[in-house]
Ligand binder design. Structure first.
Ligand code: SF4
Ligand code: SF4
Ligand code: FES
Length: 234
């Protein structure tokens, strides 16, 4: 046990029913490492973007369980945590139609989408604060681009599907809509083209040279430092 792990700085959490002391102020994933879990599944980027680590948890004296991403959720005293099983819902991989999609294309692979009861449970658990139910309603109305737009920041954690009482897979519908939209109605990536022009014009040469010559200490200062990034004009 390190100094930082003195009994006064420890809190108690429960994982799948077993109690463990862990340091306060760390994330659920870090707590799993502290208690010796190997975490082969349920962990990826550690940055909230891969969606591999959905959890449900309950806090003391609160009946309603909460959801979140384990790498983005801090441990709390008395927190009872369960990791969700891997998302095994059907993916519409390589199922792009030969002709432009119609209103029915999404339903061909995800017919249960029509059963939405507008309960809003999916929207309430989304860690990305996506209007998930709005995306599902847009799918029902055949608004393909609107669906794709709504799910742009989806990290595919599957929490929306886990809470849907009628087994809709909103994230899969959203991903399929994004693929269809990209394949059939591609938009010019104005921001990307602009950035390429800036790179060609040498705007980042000086920042790049500074990064290449930075030692390890300087690099760790740059990581996560908004001020340092601004100095580099990145
Ligand atoms: S839409 Fe669903 S899968 Fe995507 S981030 Fe939100 S809860 Fe996770
Ligand atoms: S949880 Fe399911 S039924 Fe409820 S709004 Fe979302 S998609 Fe519709
Ligand atoms: S590990 Fe990637 S979102 Fe948590």
């Amino acid at each position: 046990m390190s100094h930082a792990d003195s009994p006064s700085s420890l809190i108690r959490i429960e994982v799948d029913g077993a109690a463990y002391p862990v340091p306060a102020g760390i994330t659920v994933i870090q707590a799993m490492w502290r208690i010796g879990r190997s975490m082969i599944h349920g962990v990826g980027c550690l940055g909230g973007v891969c969606g591999a680590c959905p959890i449900t948890y309950r806090l003391p004296d609160q009946l309603a369980s909460k959801t979140g991403l384990a790498c983005q959720t801090a441990v709390r005293e008395g927190m009872a945590i369960t990791f969700l099983p891997s998302d095994t819902s059907k993916k519409a991989i390589a199922l792009l139609p030969k002709e432009a999609p119609t209103q029915k294309t999404l339903f061909q692979y995800y017919p249960e989408t029509r059963r939405c009861t507008a309960c809003r449970a999916c929207s309430s658990v989304c860690p990305q604060e996506i209007d998930v139910m709005g995306g599902v309603r847009a799918a029902i109305n055949g608004e393909l681009s609107n669906v794709a737009e709504k799910f742009t920041s989806c990290v595919m954690c599957g929490l929306c599907a886990a809470v849907c009482e009628v087994q809709i897979k909103p994230h899969r519908v959203g991903m399929y809509a994004r693929r269809l939209t990209g394949a059939f109605y591609p938009k010019e990536a104005a921001g990307l083209l602009n950035r390429i022009e800036e790179v060609r014009a040498g705007k980042y040469e000086s920042a790049w040279s500074q990064l290449l010559s930075a030692d390890e200490a300087a690099l760790s200062n740059y990581c996560g430092s908004e001020e340092a990034a601004q100095k580099l004009a990145i």
